[in-house]
Design a protein around this ligand. Sequence first.
Ligand code: AMP
Ligand code: GLY
Length: 445
Amino acid sequence: MKIIVVGSGGREHAISWKLAQSSLVSQVICVPGNGGTAHEKKCKNIDPADCSYLDGDKSLAAYVAIAKHENCDLAVIGPEEPLAKGAADLFWAEGIPCVGPKKDGAQLEASKDFAKAFMHKYDVACAVSKTFTDPKEAHSYIEDHGSPVVIKADGLAAGKGVVVAATVQEAHEAVTNLMELGKVGEAGEKIVIEDYLEGIEISVLAAVCVTEKTSALKTAVIVPFLPARDHKRLLDGAKGPNTGGMGAVCPLSDVTDEVFSAFDKNILKPTLRGLIAEKTDYRGFIFFGLMLTANGPKLLEYNVRLGDPETQAVLPMADFDFAALCRAITDETLSSFSCKWKDGFVVAPVAVSSGYPEAYEKGKTVTVNEDFIAAADAKLFAAGAVEKDGRLITNGGRVLSCSAFGKTFDEARENSYKALKAVSFEGMFYRKDIGLDGAAESVKL
Ligand code: AMP
Ligand code: GLY
């Protein structure tokens, strides 16, 4: 099988690496890929800008054209944006099976209003919420409702569309910024105001196959992966500004069987029922962003893809053929696929450029002692790093993650930090407490 992977982040490096391990896979075409996939066994980077046959086409159709040119048998789409714009629809229309929901299913991430209406309709455990298109009504709701509340722009806003407002004044300011001043553009024309939930966050990634056929055969399924946790704040002890993720850990010892069965009963199963009832053709991954509250797990959000950096911690735990899983998703046999997991832990801190998440310099050379990394049972996944003249060069804030396995959590943690010592670039910074108690963001006002 030849597989095209769309995306350029650490998640896509991890996906490509895991796919390439499969004996079913002859080559992985990474579009555009990054400095990590450039060196990955069986992987080949293709930048659409370098393809003369595309004639400068920068639309989604370019991905399909590359897949056809390269005779790919399957597509895996990493990020949400192409999915929300209908990339999966295009691949399927051209006869290339695609892992990732079509445009209608992708609305679960692309519109908070759509997602909340779905959650409420199918009784998915989540916070009470109300949607507004008129800022006056939103301000007046806040006056009546009080604080704390969470204000969410309806559309995709690259992580800048959610404000946890501790006071009524902060809530009013958020409404003004999103709806009246257009701080996140069109994405904020509609907003959702949601009750504030207190607790600790976790991420559950899952494979999904819901189609007309599987629904009729009663084999439509959502297969959850091991729970993981992303650490979003820049500094140790969950302090400092929010980032795109400073590290992840998988699995989690605070997710007991009891918590997991409450998630299954009150969130996963109702979601499956909803997708079936709405006749959504959903073949891909789903990400449940959960808050573990005193009243059980509640769903904060759906993402219609794997998480970043969670994927870099979850996939190294997989003891199954990931390409076979992807094929089972598209050929509607997921219900008979069994995901086996390693016995142990993965800790995956992210190394970032100095200054991130604000302005930072690019173009720094990354040096890596590969032998040292392998000896520590670790794997580097590049994110904001490209290959130039045979060297790895930084070109983003989050440069790479270092995923290390250990039989125990402590061993995995030791391995990952030992391995990171074999990596260096000017201005390199990373959190030292990924996975430790107190490192997770517990949302408490
Ligand atoms: P979302 O994009 O909806 O997941 O929101 C982004 C972040 O905002 C989450 O990861 C939480 O940290 C926080 N958040 C979202 N909804 C709530 C809520 N109802 N209560 C508390 N925090 C929330
Ligand atoms: N780690 C959160 C996300 O992928 O959206």
